[in-house]
Design a protein around this ligand. Sequence first.
Ligand code: ADP
Length: 302
Amino acid sequence: MHGYDLLVVGSANADLVIGVDRRPAAGETVLGTDLVTHPGGKGANQAVAAARLGARTALLARVGDDAHGSLLSDSLRTAGVDTATLLTGGAPTGVALITVDPSGDNSIVVSPGANGRLSPEDVRAADRLLTAARVVSLQLEIPLPTVVAVVETTHARVVLNPSPPAPLPVAVLAACDPLVVNEHEARFLLGEDAGETPEDWASALLALGPRSVVVTLGAAGALVADQDGAVRIPSMRVRAVDTTGAGDAFTGALAWRLGAGDDLETAARFAVRVGAAAVTKAGAQESYPTLEEVEAVTASAR
Ligand code: ADP
């Protein structure tokens, strides 16, 4: 019996955003706009994206015993994410301090806080959840030993987005089905020998051990590759307003559809539509579409 379509194990952050005329230099103080606080973190984003589409989703994450933790658990619950394994305490909730200037350039300081305390013991304590999911989705905003513990504990299909990019143990790479990367993450993992085209990156990444690879290509869509070959999946043409969190919407949707039984190409065709719908609205979680909204954006792009 699988209780969930998708278990996300990852980060939950409060994104604290201030608009400024000019980002401050060393020793400088500048005045900014009123503070806006958004729920974020790649784990929470993916879980919200999947749940809003209708997936039975749980999130294993850690927040602080503070107001930001409450903000996150409220936003997760509102989206329909099961928060029984949203753990509390150990450190303040993770925070991203973001200043944005009028050109849209930003400076970001991340304090991982409680995300850095999500431990292998927390994973082992949640082993019933790990066996109840069809798919487990991981990112790298939690400690790498915790990611390793998930891979060692679960029998579910593993989806991994290595963001922020970091070197990965062979056992983690071998578990990925798929490894989901954008161009930046692909180039990080491959180093000098990356090659020039997404097809080059995908075949070089497959040689590192994952069972399959998905390369997201922004407005150009995505590339799906496994031992049988590579397929390009074009995105829809949409008016992009804000691409923040598009990759998380894509991966949450992809992981859900894999859990629902789709093959990788079919799941990626759906995820590309979800990513495109997400960029038509401002924000990250605030921009994530329902199934009806995905259909509406798809229809209007025809
Ligand atoms: P990341 O946010 O991780 O860098 P991408 O920018 O590749 O990821 O975006 C993820 C997915 O979101 C893409 O595969 C695509 O489906 C969708 N997407 C992103 N930007 C656009 C855009 N400008 N137009 C249409 N779809 C987009």
